[in-house]
Design a protein around this ligand. Structure first.
Ligand code: SF4
Ligand code: ZN
Length: 761
């Protein structure tokens, strides 16, 4: 092990802890020890400090204890000749550094100095449903991101869980050239690795480099600029800690478990670009504690023996020694090496189209001003339809465009289009059609400069001017679908043929066929009730993050993430019989109203590591189903109103429970049963089985406004079924009440049925 690194890390740690100490005392003098400290829109207090020490820091004064703890971890700076045989000192220094860095960021927040101003920086992102809204309400610009908010943490959570996103790379410093900066980031994006940016070299940061090159940064493109100093890299480790707390069900203070969780489940590494100073060494030492290695593009001493990290701890790969004709080629090798060091195999599907391709582009939005042409949306119609046909009716890799391309459409205009995918395969079944069809959304969205929203006959696709300039044309939709269906579903699909219809008559003809199929599929699930099947399905996909969580999916209750309904699970089981969706025999019905069935009870007990002794299907007050962290909505009791509120993930505002979604998420997740609190998929709300034990939809007294709006039609139908046709008007939302005091008069005035129902307790 390198003495040099140990010394540098110890020096760096001593200095930063001292600095934090001075900042803290001065902040306490100015603001008082009771001045609150918190990272905005995140639960878990100051997460790294919580993780290591178990202390819930809420006030400036609390940080004194944190820094005292950090000081105990410091070691004297060794003299030149002194022998330092242990990695222990380096690791201790790393922890002290992280604690100090988080304290410093928190103090900056308390002083109102965060996020850091970065003139000209514009961030993309958040959960806009319309790309045009992003222009109107997008980031005001000019500031670094600061900590990743909980909404984003959770939405990335599901991708981390299902493997779409392998992990993250924390880049610190500045690349050799702008070309290198862009190429490194593109290499990471291509593999769907989240990119976190911080640090600088002589004042120049990779954030500046990417800005100069017009690379879009923000949640939508998986590139998060934390800040231009090294200290802001703490948010990467805070993110790692929060993942363990959120998805791993760990508690603050379980430092060892949190670090092990990250070592084995979170694929992450640090890329140190440019000169590495003491603070960078010290921060890298902090990351080694998590099992995250550092790869530097300069000549530095290495720490090769393996121990804490899966492979090497610190690797030096001087940029000029990397073989390659240019920085783009060198970047590819550099990133490849980093991935090997971390030791995870990543599969990339090569898609032969003229624009970059990878899931990192999935969230990309195309604004109207950047758009060459759109299909669907307000002014045209677009649909997609996948169906199976006989083996000899499909010619593999046949891609046909029937009708004109968009080149005759004026810039920014729209046209009709239908995408019809025909597949054949020995193992293919009709039941798989909707499961495969839904993949079109993810597959098409992976192309840079293409945006796909919606599904079926409300598909809405945009192609950017930049993509068209690079040569993207309609046939490339076919190339994408052909490549991805073979790569991802090769086990069931042997042949794939894609036809793109723009010819009006043909388009109409196929739209009618597609609609018949949609209708048929709808009715199949709608007709199905829990009583009519003898098998439910499990979903344990989220156990890689929440080890005790099991979703039980029935025809009338879909998975809490909204992504898996009963038919999907059934198809998934047939596609992959040893996968996360297993059939559960219902067994005997012990209680029809609450939904106690012997099969699910036994299954969940066995597969929750024997932590969930009894689970109900239709109750929130008695043995409710557990939640991981992916829920579309959280439902919680409002005792004063004798009912429940439902807040959706897209709703950042305050609720009458006195908590926002992100705070509630901390209570609802982690695989625990908490009567009165439950995570759910939004379509469960309109199911006839929705909390039947408590009286169903009539118990809902408050609901996020966006839910009321986007599901208005379904909710009306459900209200009618429940015998209160105007129920939706009686249910309050965030524009009506954000406190119980505001809520109760509204309910009384509108004679909400919950007030008249049997008391919940
Ligand atoms: Fe996770 Fe449940 Fe969704 Fe499966 S159904 S992915 S376990 S949330
Ligand atoms: Zn989950």
């Amino acid at each position: 092990m390198s003495r040099y690194i140990a010394k540098a890390a110890i020096r760096g740690a001593n200095r930063i802890v001292q600095e934090a100490d001075a900042m803290l005392e001065s902040a306490i003098r100015d603001l008082g020890a009771d001045c609150p400290v918190a990272f905005t829109n995140t639960a878990y207090y100051l997460p790294t400090i919580l993780g290591f020490t178990g202390k819930e820091v809420a006030k400036l004064g609390d940080l004194r204890e944190t820094l005292d703890y950090a000081k105990k971890l410091l070691h004297p700076i060794p003299l030149d000749k002194m022998w330092l045989p242990y990695l222990g000192e380096t690791l201790d220094s790393g922890v002290a550094t992280l604690l100090a860095e988080e304290a410093i960021e928190a103090i900056r927040f308390a002083r109102g100095q965060q996020p850091e101003p970065i003139p000209g920086l514009q961030l993309t992102g958040t959960s806009f449903t319309s790309p045009d809204a992003a222009t109107a309400e997008g980031s005001p610009g000019g500031f670094a991101n600061g900590p990743i908010d909980d909404i984003q943490l959770r939405s990335w959570g599901i991708q981390l869980v299902d493997g779409r996103m392998p992990g993250f790379a924390a880049i610190v410093g500045a690349a050799k050239s702008n070309e290198a900066a862009v190429a490194i980031v593109r290499e990471l994006q291509r593999r769907n690795i989240l990119v976190f940016l911080s640090g600088n070299v002589n004042g120049r940061s990779i954030i500046h480099q990417l800005m100069e090159e017009g690379v879009e940064m923000g949640y939508d493109t998986y590139i998060v600029p934390f800040g231009t100093d090294t200290i802001s890299a703490i948010y990467a480790l805070g993110f790692a800690t929060r993942s363990a707390l959120t998805f791993g069900g760990m508690k603050g203070g379980q430092a060892r478990e949190i670090l092990l969780y990250n070592k084995y489940r979170v694929f992450a590494f640090v890329l140190a670009l440019g000169e590495v100073d003491d603070l960078k060494y010290a921060t890298a030492a902090g990351a080694i504690n998590y099992g995250f290695p550092t790869i530097a593009d300069t000549l530095i001493p290495q720490i090769l023996p393996t121990g804490i990290t899966t492979y090497e701890h610190v690797i030096s790969m001087p940029w000029d020694d990397i073989e390659g004709a240019n920085d783009t080629e060198r970047a590819a090798k550099f990133v490849q090496r980093a991935i090997e060091v971390r030791g995870v195999k990543i599969k990339i599907t090569e898609v032969p189209i003229p624009v970059p391709y990878g899931s990192a582009f999935e969230g990309e939005r195309i604004r109207r001003a950047d758009m060459r042409v759109e299909f669907g949306g307000k002014n045209s119609r677009c649909f997609e339809y996948l169906h199976m046909v006989d083996f000899d009716k499909v010619e593999d890799h046949k891609i046909t465009v029937v009708g004109p391309s968009f080149h005759g459409v004026p810039e920014g205009g729209s046209m009709d289009m239908g995408i019809v995918v025909e597949v054949a395969g020995r193992k293919m079944q009709e039941d798989f059609e909707p499961v495969l069809e839904r993949q079109i959304h993810y597959f098409v969205n992976g192309a840079s400069g293409i945006q796909h929203i919606g599904q079926r006959d409300i598909t809405w696709i945009r192609i950017s001017k930049a993509a068209v300039e690079k040569g993207f044309d309609l046939k490339h939709f076919g190339e994408i679908l052909y490549a991805r269906f073979h790569a991802d579903f090769g086990a069931i699909v042997d042949k794939v043929q894609v036809t793109i219809y723009t010819d009006p008559a043909k388009m109409e003809e196929w739209l009618a066929k597609a609609r018949q199929a949609y209708d048929y599929r709808n009715r199949r699930l709608a007709d199905m009730v829990d009583e009519s099947v003898d098998t439910f399905y499990s979903c344990t996909l989220c156990q890689s993050f929440a080890p005790n969580h099991v979703c039980v999916v029935s025809p009338q209750r879909l998975g809490l993430c909204g992504a898996y309904n009963w038919l999907d699970c059934k198809a998934s089981f047939e596609i992959n019989p040893t996968g996360p969706n297993q059939p559960i025999q219902k067994g005997a019905c012990l209680d029809e109203v609450k939904g106690y069935y012997t099969g699910p009870i036994e299954f969940v007990y066995q597969h929750s590591n024997q932590t969930v002794e009894k689970v109900s299907m239709y109750s929130i007050m008695e043995n409710p189903m557990t939640a991981c962290g992916c829920f579309e909505c959280i439902m919680m009791i409002i005792p004063e109103a004798n009912g429940f509120m439902i807040v959706s993930r897209e709703d950042p505002s305050m609720t009458p429970a006195g908590m926002t979604f992100s705070t509630l998420a901390g209570m609802a997740g982690g695989g625990l049963q908490t009567p009165g609190v439950m995570g759910l998929g939004k379509y469960y709300i309109v199911s006839p089985k929705f909390i039947r034990a408590e009286g169903g939809l009539r118990r809902v007294v408050w609901m996020s406004k966006n839910l009321k709006e986007t599901m208005a039609e379904e909710l009306r139908a459900a209200a009618e079924r429940e015998g209160v046709p105007d129920l939706l008007e009686k249910i309050a939302d965030g524009s009506i009440a954000t406190t119980v005091e505001e809520l109760l008069p509204y309910l009384e005035e509108h004679e909400h049925p919950a007030l008249m129902m049997e008391p919940l307790f």
